[in-house]
Design a protein around this ligand. Structure first.
Ligand code: ADP
Ligand code: MG
Length: 340
């Protein structure tokens, strides 16, 4: 049993600028599994952008082209669970042996291996065996290898051997195509202005684009209603509200300190060490930018500082963002983490 979902294929994966590289690398791998330099192929990107879909599509295509090859799709969680079970039942070697016999191994969401030293170790050995024997490995992750945490260095370096291809959020044109493709497959007609309204308002997640269409169809048929822009607005609003993360000053401090690999107490401490001061100033800056709290309230929540300190922090961050490229990257990274 390959665990592949035939509905996730290349034919219904809509191409756009945001996925072109990942899609063509996936097709190259599907045409010549183990026979390209894309080994492993690692597809990474945010939630709902098509990682699982592409991973299946590769497997489905290989099964079609090379029926004799053994292809296996498995989530990292399931792989971890199987490994733990094998240790418990004293069948660890069978587990390893099973995986070493596969021609094409697809492991989804490898970020779940983070912190799981035993599973990483066993996967390291399986990976080496497959790779040495010209077998294809396909991985997906929500992060690029450089941003993965608590994954052993030797495994990370293997992840970087082949190609890492990013799936980005689709641009407007691609969102329109995805919606039209979905409607076409469902045999549903929808006025253009409604499709455009949805594409304008749901930006960062293909699963949500599809979700809106599914809700629209369900609501309209249940209430015997037409597709109207009002209905689209109602449904889109629900999706947008449900996915917006509540940003609190506490949450900002957590995200910033994690990003700089320190704990919140350190971020709040009185130290004048440069990197800690910068982290603290960034937390203040984002608290000002992303919450409605006053400078005084921000100061009191971030290590008992006064409003002047917060104001100074905001100005400093603004200045550094203009002049310091590395610092600009911190701000961009953190903004993404805090708002996506
Ligand atoms: P991820 O694994 O990145 O969270 P999925 O692969 O589960 O995302 O994709 C979410 C949904 O969006 C799936 O139903 C998938 O078929 C669909 N999807 C994503 N990208 C595309 C695309 N380019 N064309 C068509 N459907 C897509
Ligand atoms: Mg997925």
């Amino acid at each position: 049993e390959s665990q592949l979902n035939p509905n996730y294929n290349f034919a219904n994966f809509v191409e756009g600028d945001s996925n072109r590289l990942a899609r063509s690398a996936s097709m190259a791998v599907a045409n010549k599994p183990g026979g390209t330099s894309f080994n492993p192929l690692l597809i990474y990107g945010g939630v709902g952008l098509g990682k699982t879909h592409l991973a299946h599509a590769i497997g489905v295509e290989i099964k079609d082209k090379y029926p004799d090859k053994t292809v296996l799709y498995i989530s990292s969680e399931k792989f971890t669970q199987q490994f733990i079970d094998s240790v418990k039942s004293n069948t660890r070697n069978d587990f390893i042996h099973f995986y070493q016999m596969i021609d094409v191994l697809i492991i989804d969401d490898v970020q779940f291996l983070s912190g799981k030293a035993g599973t990483q170790d066993v996967f390291f050995h399986i990976f080496n065996h497959l790779h040495q024997n010209g077998k294809q490995v396909i991985l997906t992750s929500d992060k690029a290898p450089v941003d993965m945490q608590d994954i052993e260095q030797r495994l990370l370096s293997r992840f970087k051997w082949g190609l890492s291809a990013e799936l980005q959020a689709p641009d407007y044109e691609t969102r329109i195509s995805i919606l039209q493709n979905k409607l076409f497959r469902d045999g549903v007609e929808m006025p253009e202005e409604i499709v455009e309204y949805i594409a304008k308002n749901i930006k960062s997640n293909v699963r949500e684009l599809e979700g809106v269409i599914i809700s629209m169809i369900a609501q309209a048929s249940f209430n015997r209603k037409e597709f109207t822009i009002e209905l689209a607005k109602q449904i889109v609003d629900k999706f947008v509200k449900n996915t917006k993360k509540e940003v609190s000053i506490e949450y900002i401090q957590k995200v910033v300190s994690k990003y700089f690999d320190m704990d919140v107490a350190t971020l709040q401490s009185k130290t004048r060490k440069r990197h800690i001061v910068q982290a603290r100033q960034l937390a203040m800056y984002f608290a000002k930018r992303l919450t409605k709290s006053s400078l005084a309230s921000i100061g009191s929540q971030i290590g008992q500082r006064d409003h002047a300190t917060v104001l100074h922090a905001c100005k400093t961050v603004d200045n550094l963002t203009e002049t310091d490229k590395q610092f600009r990257k911190y701000v961009d990274d953190l903004l993404k983490k805090l708002t996506l």
